[in-house]
Write a protein that binds this ligand. Structure first.
Ligand SMILES: [Zn+2]
Ligand SMILES: [Zn+2]
Length: 372
């Protein structure tokens, strides 16, 4: 039986490196050798203990990590192509969603694959089969019914790590927010999602792209990746002044679309106040149970604001994201989002350096990847 190294999340702030057997390969499954795996904001929420790993009925240590890419180690005997009909062989680089729509439920029947209630049914603990399958490991298994896409040869590794989370997530978010050519977009947060969102909004034809964060080197990268304006919350410390600033940029109207990718409830009311009447607020970042967000509902009513919550994306977005990266390779330095690389054994160090709360410079870190 083949085995691979995995970083198991034991409890907040603690990982254990172990060797685990890989899952047996079904004729419709694919075993992927992970080549890079990023530390996403979601992983930080788990690490701090803000989120309970979702392993219904199977408590126990799990493997975190979902923003990743890899190459095919072993192909199931029935599989000859990717989900777009391109030939696939062992050794090919692939991108894939980290969730598995069941295609046997109400939401799947309505083609809402990202909203399938069973999409994480394979995510258990490492104590029983199927072993928890996560990105901070050498191998990842694509269960039967998966979606998989060949990565174009011209894309460097650093460009593809974030395709299946950050980039696909924000392209889908902007689409669901109804962003149109000439729109003004305000993006709260300039981590991996925010910077990708600036580039995607630019490519989709936004006129004004306003990115808000507290870390200057992230804002600088956002400007290189399509942001037309940035607001550093450590420079404009008053939220009303920030709202006024957005109004000034948008002819006193406010932004057409707001995108929340900070992951803190405190920013929501501010973001909604930055919108024009009839604008859309796309909520992506606040993923854990909390009751700290207070919104004046009358603002939504009188502003006729559309509030759109989004988790995950439709799998067809992945090839869209890959094409976008090929087209804009020389235009946006998106590969620079990956600022730090660590070996799997150095996972604790990687998380400590990725922690941004309470810092105003993350030692120049925008996104760290683990190279198993
Ligand atoms: Zn993520
Ligand atoms: Zn389903």
């Amino acid at each position: 039986m083949k085995t691979g190294k995995a970083a198991v999340f034991v409890k907040p702030y603690e990982f254990e490196i172990t060797e685990l057997p890989t899952l047996p390969i079904d004729s419709d499954g694919i075993l992927v050798k992970i080549t890079s795996s990023a530390i996403c904001g979601t992983d930080l929420h788990y690490w701090r203990g803000e989120l309970k790993p979702k392993a219904p009925g199977k408590p126990g240590p799990i493997i975190l990590g979902h923003e990743m890419t890899g190459k095919i180690d072993s192909l199931g005997s029935n599989i000859t192509t990717d989900s777009m009909g391109q030939k696939l062989k062992e050794g090919d680089r692939v991108a894939f969603p980290y969730f598995f729509p069941c295609r046997r439920c109400y939401n799947c029947m309505r083609l809402e694959f990202n909203n399938c209630p069973n999409r994480f049914r394979f995510r258990g603990s490492i104590n029983e089969l199927p072993y928890c399958n996560g990105g901070f490991a050498e191998y990842y298994y694509l269960f039967p019914g998966h979606f998989v896409f060949k990565v174009p040869d011209e894309l460097p590794e650093e460009a593809t790590t974030s395709v299946n989370c950050a980039l696909s997530q924000v392209i889908y978010g902007l689409q669901q927010g109804g962003m149109k050519i000439g729109d003004s977009v305000v993006i709260q947060g300039a981590g991996g999602l925010g910077i990708n969102a600036a580039a995607a909004a630019s490519e989709m034809g936004a006129a004004n792209i306003i990115v808000i964060d507290g870390i200057e080197n992230r804002l600088e990268l956002a400007r290189k990746c399509g942001a037309t304006h940035t607001i550093n919350i450590n420079e404009i410390t008053d939220k009303n002044e920030r709202i006024e600033h957005v109004k000034k940029i948008t002819n006193q109207r406010g932004a057409d679309v707001g995108l929340e990718v900070v992951g803190y409830p405190g920013v929501v009311a501010e973001g909604i106040s930055m919108l024009r009447n009839g604008g859309s607020y796309v909520e992506i970042g606040n993923i854990w149970d909390n009751s700290d967000a207070t919104i004046d509902m009358s603002k939504l009513v009188w502003g006729m604001t559309k509030l759109i919550g989004i988790a995950h994306y439709d799998p067809y977005i992945i090839p869209v994201a890959l094409d976008f990266l090929v087209r804009t390779q020389t235009k946006f330095p998106l590969t620079n989002i990956i600022s730090h690389k660590f070996a799997l054994d150095e996972i604790s160090e990687a998380f400590q350096q990725s922690e941004w709360i309470g810092k105003n410079s993350t030692s120049g870190l925008t996104r760290a990847i683990l190279v198993p």
